[in-house]
Write a protein that binds this ligand. Structure first.
Ligand code: SAH
Length: 253
């Protein structure tokens, strides 16, 4: 049995209880060494076989899983954040299906959630944005037509940009080609929830310079949008005049 487990964004307490249970019970762990906090592995049982997938190909990962199955082992495939985002799990699941190996997924806390917590922000502020765009710049992995950063930026929605902190100049230009302005607030969040977390807030017009000044070019998210600003409308849900299925408001009279 293979468990795809979201390790969370870094802080070892941010793995789920279910994920931690499987990690502790695993006979074999294949972890994404480039981003998963290695301290998590201290919880593995003595004798567990540990592989760092940063130095493995897909074929080698699948072979380790297959060999584990033959031994009757339980394997945990530990991915950073939530495995459904930039985790390359689909190709692993399809390979396992072809081999008739059972698997299940345990979701995790994504870095976009940890980054919002680090900056104490809410992506979906009434009167500001009710949409969150999770995306990346094209790098060695291309981005399909229609998902170009400038096209997405045309919405002016709240945005969390992954895998792009090495290209902040290009990102800044593309975002400015959309609905954002030089004054749109941004936050560069480096290693959210890790002990060496850094949060750099600035205007979009200063993003590239801020990244260079702080030497940040990897393991960071760029948050963009007026949800990082000061203006919003209070929620209807908790307004005294608002009636819900749970609470009678003054508008019901
Ligand atoms: N599945 C992961 C994303 C993997 S892609 C998730 O759900 O978070 C790797 C990218 O995620 C990094 O380049 C960076 O943009 C972002 N990232 C991962 N962990 C991070 C963290 N703790 N703080 C900030 N960004 C992080």
């Amino acid at each position: 049995m293979i468990w795809f487990v979201g390790a969370g964004p870094g802080d070892i307490d941010l793995i789920t209880v279910k994920g931690q249970r499987h990690l502790r019970e695993a006979d074999q762990v294949i972890f994404a060494g480039s981003l998963v906090n290695p301290t998590l592995l201290e919880q593995c049982k003595v004798g567990a076989v540990i592989h760092d997938s940063a130095v493995m190909t897909l074929e080698q990962v699948i072979e380790a899983m297959r060999a584990g199955e033959q031994n009757g082992w339980t394997t945990v495939r530990l991915h950073t954040g939530d495995p459904s985002l930039y985790g390359a799990i689909r190709e692993q699941m399809d390979a396992l299906k072809r081999l008739a190996i059972n698997y299940e997924i345990v979701p995790g806390v994504s870095s976009f959630s940890a980054a919002a917590a680090a900056v104490e922000a809410e992506y979906t502020l009434p009167g500001v944005s009710q949409t969150v765009i999770l995306t990346r710049l094209a790098g060695r992995t291309p981005v399909p037509d229609g998902e170009d950063m400038a096209t997405l930026a045309a919405h002016g929605a709240s945005m969390a940009v992954f895998l792009s902190s090495g290209l902040l100049g290009k990102l800044q230009d593309k975002l400015l080609a959309g609905a954002y302005t030089e004054d749109t607030p941004v936050a560069l969040v480096y290693k959210a929830s890790w002990p060496d977390e850094q949060v750099i807030r600035c205007r979009l017009g200063d993003l590239a310079r801020a990244g260079a000044d702080h030497g940040i070019d990897k393991t960071a998210l760029v948050l963009v949008g007026d949800f990082l600003g000061d203006d919003y409308e209070r929620s209807r849900l908790y307004h005294p005049d608002f009636t819900t299925g749970f609470r009678k408001g003054t508008d019901a009279d």
